[in-house]
Design a protein around this ligand. Structure first.
Ligand code: MLC
Ligand code: AMP
Length: 468
């Protein structure tokens, strides 16, 4: 799967630059093999996914050993962390040597040293074996583990390499977290399959992107909108070959401004944890603002009306986007109920996104079917998970969480809370940030006496959004 790790693509002492470390691919392979030697046979390996060389080494070690890797958000609080560790069945937790692991995990820690070396060989795992278990939020309940097979990861990376003319000549730059598809699958495994160099910038600031001098840049729209607001940083990207946006809609004004300042019309691509990246504009094709282009190689899409009828490809009529093909996941871990909901009887995956398709096949994502899935800074956040965390607070009797439009984050998590006198919004924000990942915390808490409900007792979230 990581074809470029084993030579044939050239190597460099700084093939990977991250967190102040430079590693050659040969060193990464030797250090990852030392991890594989220690974990072979384990049911799953959790990795405390800080943006470090140790994290990359641990992930690659898991892939070499054929042990499914479960990236753990490094700032996940005990509630979220406990769920992921229990649900995934991870038997070991990889943590950078010398780093402090959380003290509540109850599973043995594997310290990972990117300078370690082993020359052992591990047999190539079967192509249909699981590679990763990535946790993704649903509308309600705790996050679900999406099981991604090796074949799907390889198929997606090859399709994206073709769409973006991504080769070993590239230097890929990004500063995305290493526990989601964007930063980990595309941003790390992509470099190890294509053979491109990789620079991880740490926090994805405009200045860090400008200073990295790469050819290929990945970012979520929040990153691109911050770059587009920084003239000198955007101008410095003129030397790049290709800018790619994804994980949330790229606003057309950000596209235009980035193009004006950097000279590059960005690629926009669309995907999901469950499906990997399925739609993209192409490096050698039209890059149309507001459009996510065409299905990548190996993927088919269809657009259905609520009654299941096919929607015309007229660029106007909306329908639910469904996808199938080589890049799809194997299912939700231990959740046949969620699988049954997500797949149609004839084998298509329901994305839950609403789209239009033009006569030329170009796709435009126009929204989500559910108000309970929020995209903030490119992170998917389930309203139900945040509401449950708020209800754990002794002063809170009820809560409704929505994604309010936000110029920087796309959507911001806003919580409407019924609480006993005396508790403050800041206290409730901190309470959520301590239990879940920090990005799931409400950016605004509105204390209310009551929540608007329909006759069935369901909170009217659209009303909360329009009336504030
Ligand atoms: C703030 N902080 C707190 C806090 N409030 N910590 C504890 N308690 C509180 N109450 C801290 C944070 O830990 C962090 O510290 C700092 O404040 C800022 O955090 P933030 O507010 O979350 O940063 P922000 O500026 O909002 O981040 C913007 C961003 C981020 C773009 C950098 O949203 C991001 O990384 N997004 C990428 C998401 C992504 O990769 N999605 C892909 C999903 S895959 P510190 O120490 O960190 O500075 C997918 C499929 C596909 O969608 O299509 O790709
Ligand atoms: P995740 O579950 O974190 O992988 O998020 C997947 C979701 O991100 C999709 O279902 C979409 O709602 C959203 N998404 C990803 N890329 C785009 C894009 N280019 N435009 C609009 N939405 C996107």
């Amino acid at each position: 799967m990581l074809t470029a790790l084993r030579g044939g693509h050239g190597d460099a002492p700084d093939a990977l630059r991250i967190d102040g470390h430079a590693l050659s691919r040969e060193q990464l392979l030797a250090a990852a093999t030392a991890v594989a030697d220690r974990i072979a046979g384990a049911p799953a390996l959790a990795v405390l996914a800080r943006p470090t060389a140790a994290t990359v080494t641990a992930v690659v070690g898991g892939l070499l050993a054929g042990v499914p890797v479960v990236p753990l958000p490094p700032d996940a609080g005990p509630k979220e962390r406990g769920h992921i560790l229990r649900d995934s069945g991870a038997a070991l937790l990889a943590v950078g040597a010398g780093e402090q692991p959380p003290d509540d995990t109850g599973i043995p820690v594997v310290p990972v040293d990117p300078a370690a070396r082993s020359a052992a060989t591990h047999p190539e795992p079967a192509p249909d074996a699981p590679a990763l278990i990535l946790y993704t939020s649903g509308t309600t309940g705790a996050p679900k583990g999406a099981v991604l097979g090796r074949r799907a990861v390889a198929a997606d990376l090859d399709a994206l390499a073709a769409a973006w003319c991504w080769t070993a000549e590239d230097t890929l730059v990004h500063g995305l977290p290493l526990f989601h598809v964007h930063g980990l699958v595309l941003g790390v495994l992509g470099a190890l399959r294509t053979g491109s160099r990789l620079v991880h910038t740490g926090r994805p600031t405009p200045q860090a992107y400008a200073a990295a001098r790469g050819s290929l840049y990945f970012g979520v729209p929040t990153v691109w909108s911050r770059v587009a607001a920084d003239g000198p940083a955007a101008g410095a990207l003129a030397a790049a070959r290709l800018l790619v946006s994804g994980s949330a809609p790229l606003p057309v004004p950000v596209f235009e401004r980035l193009a004006a300042l950097s000279g590059h019309r960005p690629i926009e691509r669309y995907g999901m944890t469950e499906t990997l990246i399925t739609l993209s504009t192409r490096a050698d094709g039209e890059r149309r603002p507001g459009s996510v282009g065409l299905p990548v190689a190996g993927v088919r899409t269809r657009l259905l009306a609520e009654d299941g009828a096919a929607v015309p490809h007229d660029g106007e009529t909306v329908g639910e986007l469904q996808v199938r093909g080589a890049t799809l996941f194997d299912g939700y871990l231990g959740r046949p109920d969620a699988d049954a909901e997500a797949w149609t009887a004839d084998g298509w995956f329901r994305t839950g996104d609403v789209a239009v398709v033009g006569g030329d096949g170009f796709h435009r994502i126009v929204g989500r079917a559910s108000v309970d899935l929020i995209k903030s800074g490119g992170f998917k956040i389930g309203a139900g998970e945040v509401e449950a965390a708020l209800r754990d607070h002794p002063a809170v009797s009820d809560a409704a969480v929505v994604g309010a439009p936000d110029a920087d984050l796309g959507q911001a998590v806003v919580a409407y809370v019924i609480a006993a006198d005396g508790v403050t919004g800041d206290q409730l924000t901190a309470f959520v940030a301590e239990r879940l990942s920090v990005h799931k915390r409400p950016r605004r808490v509105v204390l209310v006496d009551d929540l608007p409900r329909n006759a069935m007792g369901k909170v009217l979230k659209k009303q909360l959004l329009t009336e504030g």
